[in-house]
Design a protein around this ligand. Sequence first.
Ligand code: NI
Length: 171
Amino acid sequence: MIRTILTYPNPELKKKSSPVTIITEATRELARDMVETMYNAPGIGLAAPQIGVHQRIIVIDVSGRDEQPDLIIAINPVIIHSEGETYEEEGCLSVPKYAANVRRHTHVVVKGLDLEGNEQTWRADELLAIAFQHEIDHLDGILFVDHLSPLKRDLFQRKYKRMTESASEAP
Ligand code: NI
């Protein structure tokens, strides 16, 4: 089922998510919904709090339009190693129509569980590494715009407020 994606400045996006303690059929159904919602958007990643569920679950697929799908479902993901620095443009399904450059690591190693409860280790570079960092941030109530400098964040807030206000006035 496709769920509604919450958008900035919805306060639900600022809440910290709790670890999944037991993987049940409800967990698998939630993950399926997240995958469907991500592909439908379309997006390359989605975290459970973006659909208002405060559990530590993320889904990612950074494969291109003409490539084989490469779906990752990570439960309780934790970055155990990171290195390198990059400064790429990011967007977010919860911050539509806005993009900005964000400082991230180029390489991360992430540990977590799959839907069967098995421990997994993901080694990610570049776009996939950025996606992991971006989605794990969501689990801690952090949006990519929170990484902007105070000045840029202030500009974003004012611009975004105007943009969303004029959008709601449109016929
Ligand atoms: Ni996002």
